[in-house]
Every structure is written in C-alpha cells, then in structure tokens.
Design a protein around this ligand. Structure first.
Ligand code: ATP
Ligand code: MG
Length: 137
C-alpha cells in the first residue's frame, strides 16, 4: 500500500466543495489515514512550494495557498500517488478530463482545487511536513 499527501486547496474549501471531494476520495477506494482542516501560513506555503521558487507564478501561488483554510490529508491505496493525481486531473482545469476533481471544482490553473504529491520522495516529505506520526491512524 502506498501513501500520498493530498490537500483540498482554499478555493474548494471556500466554495463548500470539501465534502464532495472527500466523498469522492472514499468512493474511489482510498483509505483516509490522516485528515485535518488547517490554515497554512505564508512561510509554510513558501517552503511547501520552494521547488517553484524561480517561477513567475510563485508569489501568487504561495499567497493563494495561505489565503484560507485547507483540508490536509494522507491517503492510502495501491499506487496512491498516481491514483490521486489521476483523480485530480490536469493542473490546468481547462485540460482536465471529464469527471476529475479539477474539471468539476477548479476555476483556473491558479486556483485548481486540489494538490497531490508527484513522487514517493515528495509524498514522504509532504506527509511529514503536515502530520505527526500520531496523527496517522
Ligand atoms: P500541485 O503541486 O498543486 O498538486 P501540480 O503538481 O499539478 O499541482 P505543479 O507543476 O506542481 O502542478 O505546480 C504547482 C501549482 O502551481 C499548480 O497547482 C498551479 O496552481 C501552479 N502552476 C503551475 N504551473 C503554472 C503555470 N504555468 N501558470 C500558473 N500557475 C501554475
Ligand atoms: Mg506539484
């Protein structure tokens, strides 16, 4: 069983879509190992997205993640990393497949409803960034 870090971003929480997204996660057979609603500080956001530091969208991206509550989750499934990214759909909702979370709930590439880790190493880092082992049940 693989684990991934998943996050419902501020736009989707604000729009009242967190429940729909969590229901979909359960329906698709993921086990929710950890889950909490939190407010990410700007400093945490800048660290979380440090890999994008040199990109022109970095300031907007980090401010957006810190702009309101998010739902942080650890999901478990066979091939959880790819399975969750497939369920989220393409980064740009205009390119996301029908039925994916970003197609359903994202409004733009900047405010795209959800995050998912992109590799085993980043999943381990991101899980540890947001959760203590005692919070993973
Ligand atoms: P995330 O890491 O949030 O799950 P992702 O892995 O699909 O998304 P990344 O390439 O890691 O995409 O980019 C992180 C975030 O930066 C994206 O979710 C998006 O909001 C933003 N982003 C990425 N590329 C662009 C771009 N070309 N223009 C504007 N924003 C972008
Ligand atoms: Mg990414």
């Amino acid at each position: 069983m693989e684990r991934t870090y998943a996050m419902i971003k501020p736009d989707a929480v604000k729009a009242g879509n967190a429940g729909n997204i969590i229901a979909r996660i359960e329906a698709e057979g993921f086990r929710i190992v950890g889950m909490k609603q939190i407010r990410v500080s700007l400093a945490q956001s800048q660290l979380f997205y440090v890999v994008h530091e040199a990109r022109p969208f970095y300031n907007g991206l980090t401010e957006f993640l810190a702009s309101g509550p998010v739902v942080a989750m650890v999901l478990e499934k066979d091939n959880a990393i790819k399975a969750w990214r497939d369920l989220m759909g393409a980064t740009n909702p205009a390119q996301a497949a029908e039925g994916t979370i970003r197609k359903l709930y994202a409004t733009s590439i900047d405010e795209n409803a959800a995050h998912g880790s992109d590799a085993p190493e980043t999943a381990a880092q991101e899980i540890a960034f947001f959760f203590t082992t005692a919070e993973l049940v």
